[in-house]
Design a protein around this ligand. Structure first.
Ligand code: BTN
Length: 271
């Protein structure tokens, strides 16, 4: 049903602005037909003085970037590729938590569109056991102060199964595949920006503990056996939620206490 879908619902800044709740941080919406990477565009705009609350959206990306140097598949007209430029007055170690904040907002938006979902630490959104969205947050800092953060989000909204590259089949999905209908991308994006505005306010007021319950409620890995790669070493253990700082609590097989993992990669998990 999705295979013959026309890629006709181009996102316009005016339409998007008209859907946003008042009071959000959004100051400027930049809609591009094509970007190499919306994160790169937003970082460049930030360096040129663009204001806090700038939103960069593209219909397609030619060099979409994922975590760990991976490519983010970014065909035109199907999905959402968006980057948020933020200039928060927070200490540098707090900045990486913004991607967890974005995860909670993303889940609220996807659920609001009628699609149940989970969050996989650190930055993935899962629908029916497969990845449907990812987050790539990047920061520039100066003498221990955050200059700006760019939170980039890719959401597979209307990509039909036959457009998912073979190497990702079985691991990736789109919202429409699950919903069995085409979803208006501008509506999903507006939901995300509104949800982010609310969770960002919570985060600035109360730090990660203020958004942690929303994350933990949707924790995809909790209680599952996982294979973790950290500092070049691979170990099996069990995921045990997140700590107050947003680090993954990892109980190594054969160990007696949970470790807090601030950065690492989940290579495998068992259901
Ligand atoms: C991941 O799961 O690996 C993160 C994917 C992030 C993709 C988005 S799409 C918009 C923004 N621009 C990029 O080049 N990457 C992010």
């Amino acid at each position: 049903m999705l295979d013959g879908m026309e890629a006709g619902d181009r996102i316009s800044g005016e339409d998007l602005l008209g859907r946003l709740a008042p009071g959000g941080p959004w100051t400027r919406i930049v809609c591009l037909a094509v970007a190499d990477s919306t994160n790169d565009r937003a970082m460049e705009m930030a360096a040129g003085g663009a204001p806090h609350g700038t939103v960069v959206v593209a219909e397609a990306q030619t060099s979409g970037r994922g975590r760990q140097g991976r490519t983010w598949v970014s065909p035109p007209g199907r999905n959402i590729y968006v980057s948020l430029l933020l200039r928060p007055a927070i200490p540098v170690p707090e900045a990486p938590r913004l991607s967890l904040v974005a995860g909670v907002a993303l889940a609220e938006a996807v659920e609001g569109a009628g699609v149940p979902c989970f969050l996989k630490w650190p930055n993935d959104l899962y629908v029916a056991g497969r990845k449907a969205a990812g987050i790539l947050a990047e920061m520039a800092s100066d003498a221990g102060r955050v200059r700006h953060v760019v939170v980039g989000v890719g959401i597979n909204v209307n990509m039909p199964a036959n457009e998912i590259p073979a190497r990702l089949r079985g691991r990736a999905t789109s919202l429409a595949i699950h919903a069995k209908r085409v979803l208006p991308r501008v509506e999903v994006l507006a939901r995300f920006l509104d949800a982010f505005a609310a969770r960002y306010r919570d985060f600035l007021a109360g730090g990660f503990p203020a958004v942690r319950p929303g994350w933990e409620r949707r924790d995809f890995l909790r209680g599952k056996p996982i294979l973790l790669r950290k500092d070049g070493a691979e170990r099996w253990g069990t995921a045990d939620g997140l700590d107050e700082a947003g680090a993954l609590r990892f109980l190594p097989d054969g160990g007696t206490a949970a470790e807090s993992v601030h950065s690492g990669e989940i290579l495998e998990f068992r259901r």
